[in-house]
Design a protein around this ligand. Structure first.
Ligand SMILES: [Fe+2]
Ligand SMILES: [Fe+2]
Ligand SMILES: [Fe+2]
Length: 426
């Protein structure tokens, strides 16, 4: 079995990713968890099959994943939001790249489709799954919650508002399912107790979400989600994921470790999901607040990945890619006594790739300029000298490899934008 084929609790990973997405803004905190909890209960009350219920709960755990900008994410808080395609289409396009998520991608695409007295049962002549309409309702209930008030004081108004749109916005069977579950106070208490609601869903969908997964394909999907939020970063993780396993191979690591190093390269910046797109794209000098926001990303890379059994080592390598051997890196300030070969290697690959890229605040650097800067960093005990030496001795070869991988990622990014434009208004 390839080391990339592992059993993963996919649901935990998805919730962990969307928790990071929701941290971009306070009103969104716990949104995906709450929608997943609601969707699970609505789906069960509506009589979905076990498979449909698992797909619905998983789709709900990341339904707004295509809200790439902060403005796009905040849009969804409007009960009557005007242009849902701005986040449903990119979400759909990203998720469908991972074949096991085909059904989840479809639910994500249609999670704002109005019922329109039954016309919403189809789109362009194709049937729309009932689960998409259950997800729509779950999502709209969640955005009506007011965290600062007692939940029991809100339920009557929420039901009234939802019922007023039964048949027009919402599938009547979904509204019926809500009525069925809404009578129990405990249903609402669990909903607004975030840790509880995560536990409740995990135990209720049970092991259905633990799947044998091709980690490489999954990581490629997440890589696009991470990188495509800004054209400045659109190819970054592809570059790191080409350079890191090359150095690993030259350093004598096992083929399995080289493959894990590639996955770490694809995922190392997953914590950037907590950084607003507006900050990633800023061409003006970064403010202090922007800078603080960016400093969080390796911390969240660790937080997201370390909660998933099977990704422990990869999460450590990813988490430490901005650590420096002299202890001046961030955010853990580890030094050479505590940084593994994997962490040092990823730091070298990340630095090399980043220096060759254009940033909003600086132009890309030539190969020679990159080498000069990195040599300075090695002399200052920031980067590992022997791993850097491998790169230095074959700089042209590595750079060609990096450029090829980034060219391919650039083409993917263009296709993604073209597919998005072709599907509808964005
Ligand atoms: Fe949404
Ligand atoms: Fe949502
Ligand atoms: Fe980074």
């Amino acid at each position: 079995m390839s080391p990339a084929i592992i059993r993963l609790d996919l649901y935990r990973l998805l919730l962990s990713v969307s928790e990071a997405l929701d941290l971009v803004s306070r009103p969104l905190v716990n949104h995906h968890k709450q929608v997943s909890y609601l969707a699970f209960h609505l789906g069960r009350a509506a009589g979905l099959t076990g498979q449909e219920l698992t797909e619905l709960t998983m789709a709900a755990a990341l339904h707004d994943i295509g809200g790439l900008s902060l403005a796009g994410r905040l849009d969804v808080l409007d009960f009557d939001l005007a242009a849902p395609e701005r986040h449903t289409l990119p979400g759909y396009l990203l998720l469908k790249k991972f074949p096991p998520f085909a059904a989840i991608a479809t639910l994500t695409r249609f999670h704002h489709l109005p019922w329109q007295e039954g016309a919403g049962a189809e789109y362009d002549g194709q049937p729309v799954p009932r689960a998409a309409h259950l997800l729509h309702l779950a999502d709209r209930v969640a955005i009506l919650l007011r965290p600062e008030e007692e939940i029991l004081g809100q339920t009557a108004a929420i039901l009234e508002k939802i019922e007023a749109h039964s048949g027009s916005k919402f599938m009547p069977a979904a509204v019926e399912a809500l009525r069925e579950v809404a009578g129990r106070e405990a249903f609402w208490f669990d909903l607004v107790a975030p840790m509880v609601c995560e536990t409740v869903i995990s135990t209720q969908i049970g092991t259905g979400a633990e799947k044998t997964t091709d980690l490489h394909d999954l990581a490629q999907m997440f890589r696009q989600l991470i990188d495509f939020r800004s054209h400045f970063t659109a190819t970054h993780s592809s570059g790191v994921a080409a350079v890191a396993p090359w150095i690993a191979d030259k350093a004598g690591l096992s083929p399995a470790d080289c493959e894990c190093m590639k996955i770490a390269g694809l995922l190392h910046d997953i914590g950037k999901l907590v950084v607003p797109q507006e900050v990633l794209e800023k061409s003006a000098p970064l403010s202090r607040e922007d800078f603080y926001s960016i400093r969080k990303h390796p911390y969240f890379s660790q937080r997201i990945l370390s909660r998933v059994a099977g990704l422990e080592e990869i999460s450590q390598w990813a988490a430490f890619h901005h650590e420096r051997l002299d202890g001046t890196g961030y955010p853990f300030h580890l030094d050479d006594a505590h940084l593994s070969t994997g962490a040092r290697l990823l730091a070298v690959a990340d630095t090399f790739t980043a220096l060759t890229e254009t940033r909003p605040y600086r132009a890309s650097m030539s190969g020679r300029g990159t080498i000069q800067i990195m040599e300075g960093m090695v002399r200052a005990r920031k980067l590992d000298s022997s791993l850097y030496g491998l790169l230095h001795d074959h700089a042209d070869e590595v750079d060609a490899l990096r450029a090829d991988a980034q060219q391919a990622a650039l083409a993917e990014h263009r296709n993604f934008l073209a597919d998005w434009a072709a599907l509808g208004p964005g």
